[in-house]
Design a protein around this ligand. Structure first.
Ligand code: C5P
Length: 235
């Protein structure tokens, strides 16, 4: 899979999504489909995007008892998306069975299983004081990455700020998907740990996810290609 930036299609329905891709001439770029669009449109949205040759990261963040996740993954495997994710917080057995579900549902299509470590909207204080998970955020993210990998995950969702440490702990081949990407001077919104595309490239991100920086820009196409340029030029 070519390393590139995935655009988060955080739209309420296919009509708006299609209009956005059409008017901004962004057909065929790698995209992330999240809960909002998928719950509205169902599997047919994946079929439509695949017809236009988009690479797809299906961001549904499954989190349930292991058998339920396994059975859901068996169905999801049939969609033939490039990446699907679960919350690492669901535990090792859930991750193991998620992978089993994907493989038994479709052994021919290599959908990558990605585990969410710590949401990029979360601060160290929220982690420690609200969720009562002690320790440093980065250490937690590395810990989640290690046990996700040991149980069959192909990579993790993490912030750019943890990507390098995760590569050191889990190896270069272990994929890092990094939301919280912002162009310089763009609004931060509800994200806590953000980074520019260039910084992401230099710091171990394989698949950055960019959303509102592009979709809310005055000229989304220009913003997307600015991000691609910064990503490609970074050394
Ligand atoms: O608009 P923005 O660039 O903040 O969008 C980030 C996208 O990545 C959103 O669709 C969000 O749900 C998703 N995401 C995230 N943090 C994670 C996993 C996914 O922000 N840990």
């Amino acid at each position: 899979m070519t390393k590139s930036i995935y655009l988060a299609l955080d739209f309420p329905n296919w009509l708006e999504t299609n209009h956005f891709l059409e008017t901004n001439d962004l057909r065929g770029i790698p995209v992330k489909v999240g809960m909002e669009l998928y719950y509205q449109e169902g599997p047919k949205v994946i079929e439509k995007l695949k017809q236009d040759n988009h690479k797809i990261f299906l961001d549904l963040k499954l989190f349930d008892i292991p058998t339920t996740v396994m059975r859901a993954m068996k169905v999801i495997a049939g969609l033939e998306v490039d990446m699907i994710n679960v919350h690492a917080l669901g535990g090792s057995e859930m991750i193991k069975l998620a992978k089993e579900g994907l493989l038994s549902g479709n052994a021919n299509y290599n959908t990558k299983l990605i585990a969410v470590t710590v949401l990029t909207s979360m601060s160290n204080t929220t982690l420690n004081e609200e969720l009562m998970i002690p320790g440093d955020l980065t250490e937690n993210a590395i810990h989640f990455a290690r046990f996700s990998q040991a149980n069959g995950a192909d990579g993790v969702v993490c912030s750019v700020h943890e990507a390098n440490a995760i590569k050191t702990a889990c190896g270069k081949e272990f994929a890092t998907v990094t939301p919280g990407i912002r162009l310089d001077n763009a609004p931060v919104n509800d994200q806590q740990r953000i980074a520019t595309p260039g910084f992401a490239k230099q710091n171990g991100a394989d698949y950055p996810v960019i959303g509102r920086t592009v979709t809310h820009a005055n000229n989304p196409r220009e913003a997307y290609y600015q991000a691609i340029k910064e990503w490609e030029e970074a050394r």
